[in-house]
Design a protein around this ligand. Structure first.
Ligand code: NAD
Ligand code: DAU
Length: 365
């Protein structure tokens, strides 16, 4: 190929590769890692982060990419249909990665309606905007819905969740996520909207709001506060480092088969009490405490109503089809997470002032 032809070929390819993507919930825990990965890796894309900045959304999570030419932040509510429509008209998105949600099970028990609004109505608004604005160009578009393994319900001592496992959500949170998954599939089936869904297990890592088990317990140990273990502590979760989830999302978005579901998990099951003991040991080491100092803070409290006993994911489909596996071992991921929280005191202080105190009082006292 002559030099001019090569230049033209490269230029055309670059133009073809240009995409404008909407990421919802990009200021939250997982969303901020996804936005960072895409902004850094796909400099030819424009990433529009739509987030309402609820208590869980924090622009400090993205301070390192603020001001990048391929990154735009839009503050807004996915429940506001007109606003969502206006964004689709303004940016002509090529794809959506939908993470915005109310995500904490305990909050869904005290305020289920909020979960219906954001997780169900918000998702339908995005689906409607996508359906209407993409009408005659479906084949080039993709609606990627980020979901959870909790939609499958609770397992006994044996077995794993497969993509074909029947839905059996047990909490208002998981019921709202299951409902949103059903709506996404119904838009695929009824209107032919190209979609993909992934259902992931428990994430941990930097920037997680300290209402979820691991960051809450790190924060409480720092403050020498009780560690409230629900019930007998013998509930099992599968844990995945958040950056491994972001990598899986990238792969599924670019290489996943349309109209398919992918389970994502860490092959890493822990009973809560064993995980808490490991966390206490690592915290004692990191803080220079004498052994067992943190364990003395453990306090068994009233169980979460309707508490799911065990989640465990079979992630062999994403492994076989897309070559994905978790890259970070749990003990290493936990160490990185602890270091991040200890080095980012100001982040923890900012998010635990004000409203957080009221939430904590209501939830635990
Ligand atoms: P998060 O609570 O940390 O973040 C949610 C983000 O959504 C926040 O930035 C918040 O401001 C934003 N948001 C909430 N309501 C909004 C609205 N009405 N309009 C616009 N933005 C809104 O949640 P997360 O833990 O990062 O979870 C992200 C997604 O991944 C959720 O859909 C969740 O169901 C799913 N998921 C989470 C986990 C996990 O372990 N955290 C595991 C599997 C799946
Ligand atoms: O499985 C994926 C899901 O994981 C995500 O969809 C949710 O958004 C995410 O919040 C998470 O749900 P869990 O309910 O499993 O996470 P949480 O961190 O709230 O609790 C983990 C386990 O620890 C659970 O068995 C309850 C227990 N727990 C939690 C808290 C906050 C306690 O024992 N004490 C606590 O104070």
């Amino acid at each position: 190929m002559c030099n001019n032809c090569l230049y033209l070929f490269t230029l055309l390819n670059r133009i073809k590769m240009k995409k404008t993507l909407l990421v919802t919930g990009g200021a939250g825990f997982i969303g901020s890692h996804v936005v960072r990965l895409f902004v850094n890796k796909y400099t030819e894309y424009t990433i529009v982060n739509l987030d309402n900045l609820t208590y869980a959304g924090n622009l400090e999570n993205l301070i390192d990419i603020q001001g990048r030419s391929n990154y735009i932040f839009e503050k807004g509510d996915i429940v506001d249909k007109n606003f969502v429509n206006s964004l689709f008209a303004k940016y002509k998105f090529d794809g959506v990665i939908h993470l915005a949600a109310e995500s904490h099970v305990d909050r869904s028990i005290t305020n289920p309606l909020e979960f219906v609004k954001t997780n169900v109505l918000g998702t339908i608004n995005l689906l409607e905007s996508a359906r209407n604005s993409w009408a005659d160009k479906f084949s080039e578009k993709l609606f990627y819905h980020i979901s959870t393994d909790e939609v499958y319900g609770s397992l006994g001592a044996e077995g794993l969740f497969l993509e074909t496992t029947s839905y059996d959500p047990q909490s208002p949170y998981s019921a709202s996520k299951a409902s949103s998954d059903h709506f996404v599939r119904s838009y695929g089936n009824t209107y032919g909207l190209p979609f993909v869904i992934s259902n992931c297990s428990n994430n941990y890592g930097p920037n997680q709001f300290p209402e979820k088990l691991i960051p809450l317990f790190i924060h409480n140990i720092k403050q020498s506060n009780d560690l409230p273990v629900y019930g007998d502590g013998k509930f099992t979760r599968d844990w995945l480092y958040v950056i491994d989830h972001a990598i899986a999302i990238d792969l599924i978005f670019h290489k996943g088969r349309k109209q398919e579901t992918y389970n994502i998990g860490g092959f890493n099951e822990w009973q809560n009490i064993d995980l808490i003991n490991e966390l206490c040991d690592q915290m004692d080491k990191a803080l220079g405490n004498s052994p067992k100092t943190s364990k003395e803070l453990i306090s068994f409290v009233k169980d979460r109503p309707g508490h799911d006993k065990r989640y465990a994911i079979d992630a062999s489909k994403i492994h076989t089809e897309l070559g994905w596996s978790p890259s970070v071992k749990f003990e290493e991921g936990l160490e990185k997470t602890i270091s991040w929280y200890l080095e980012n005191d100001h982040w923890l202080e900012n998010v635990t002032s004000g409203e957080y105190q009221k939430y904590y009082e209501k939830q635990y006292r």
